[in-house]
Design a protein around this ligand. Structure first.
Ligand code: HEC
Ligand code: HEC
Length: 274
């Protein structure tokens, strides 16, 4: 319960600071206002289930962050998303002849709901991004942020301000930096799909197989192996067993438990890392 409240606080803080005038945020595709499902805040559990489901089923066309890809339109500025509530309109689009022509997907309604929850969470983030004033984000205490980074936050177990995060404060403005702490992009390295979700499939007979998770539903799983080939399995009654590892999982976990003060402090600290 407390986790849920924290996330709501985070999202609301972004929205409140953003002062988005109703319908005036420059999104394409029809009708502004706060109506529809546009600003409904979904439960964190649905969003974190929706992210990997989105990544495996939609990201290849609609882009890693739903802002559009080579073969699919932006879902953040989409009027379908804007009018979607609980995945109903998005689900209808998936079933439409045009979309079935692009890709034959038949996902269970609960998974479409989770994916919609994730896409809506991205809309809320994007509405804050670029409109949050730097001063509103940099209200933290640099020293406390440094202590958190090297202490309770355990950020230094994976990062170093003289290594991978060197110069981070010069590379991003404060709102973008804060967004990256909460949700680092899945394709961090240009052209090379970094941070992909890996999975190990253990068939009933034979050795376990590990690869990049391309698709996972209740009924099947597809991996891309090291040599680039795809291998798929039908899943029945939980067999074969699939174990996934997401290099960004830690960041989604952080997002669920991060206090606003820690967020502000660590953002202020990293903004000063030039
Ligand atoms: C093989 C590529 C591909 C995949 C995979 C894919 N889409 Fe699409 N999608 C498209 C194309 C192309 C369009 C534009 C044609 C259309 O309107 O249906 C589209 C359109 C849409 C639209 C309507 C956008 C608008 O503003 O009109 C939504 C919503 C959507 N897709 C959601 C999804 C979701 C959610 C997933 C994953 C469950 C997904 N798509 C997977 C290619 C894809
Ligand atoms: C278990 C490892 C792990 C921990 C702990 C961790 N991160 Fe990350 N972090 C990652 C990975 C993996 C990425 C994505 C790869 C990348 O972009 O460097 C990432 C990305 C980032 C980025 C984006 C970097 C960029 O160049 O876009 C920032 C900022 C960041 N983390 C800050 C933090 C902070 C602050 C903490 C502590 C509250 C933290 N991380 C804890 C693994 C971790």
């Amino acid at each position: 319960m407390s986790k849920r409240i924290l996330l709501l606080t985070l999202s609301c803080a972004v929205l409140a600071n953003a002062q988005v005038p109703a319908g005036a945020s420059g999104r394409g595709g029809g009708g502004g206002g706060l109506g529809g499902g546009r600003f409904k805040t979904y439960e964190p559990a649905a969003i974190s289930r929706g992210l990997p489901a989105y990544t495996t089923n939609c990201a290849s066309c609609h882009g890693a962050t739903a802002r559009g890809g080579k073969t699919g339109p932006d879902l953040i500025r989409s009027s379908v998303t804007m009018h979607d509530l609980d995945g109903v309109q998005i689900g209808n689009t998936l079933q439409s002849a045009v979309h079935q022509n692009a890709v034959k997907l038949s996902l269970p309604a609960n998974q479409v709901y989770d994916i919609a929850a994730y896409v809506h969470s991205r809309v809320i983030e994007s509405s804050g991004r670029g409109q949050v004033h730097t001063a509103d984000v940099l209200v933290g205490d640099t020293k406390a942020g440094e202590a958190y980074f090297n202490g309770a936050g355990k950020c230094n177990t994976c990062h170093s301000v003289s290594g991978d995060l060197k110069g981070i404060g010069g590379r991003f403005d404060a709102p973008s930096l804060q967004e990256r702490i909460v949700m680092p992009p899945r394709n961090a390295v240009k052209g090379v799909p970094a941070n992909s979700i890996k999975a190990t499939v253990t068939p009933a007979t034979g050795p376990p197989v590990t690869g990049v998770l391309m698709r996972q539903t209740d009924f099947d799983v597809i991996l891309r192996l090291a040599d680039g080939s795809l291998q798929s399995w039908t899943i029945s009654k939980g067999v074969p067993k699939v174990v996934t590892t997401d290099p960004l999982q830690i960041h989604y976990d952080i997002m669920k438990s991060l206090k606003d003060s820690d967020m502000h402090n660590v953002t202020a600290y990293l903004a000063g890392v030039k």
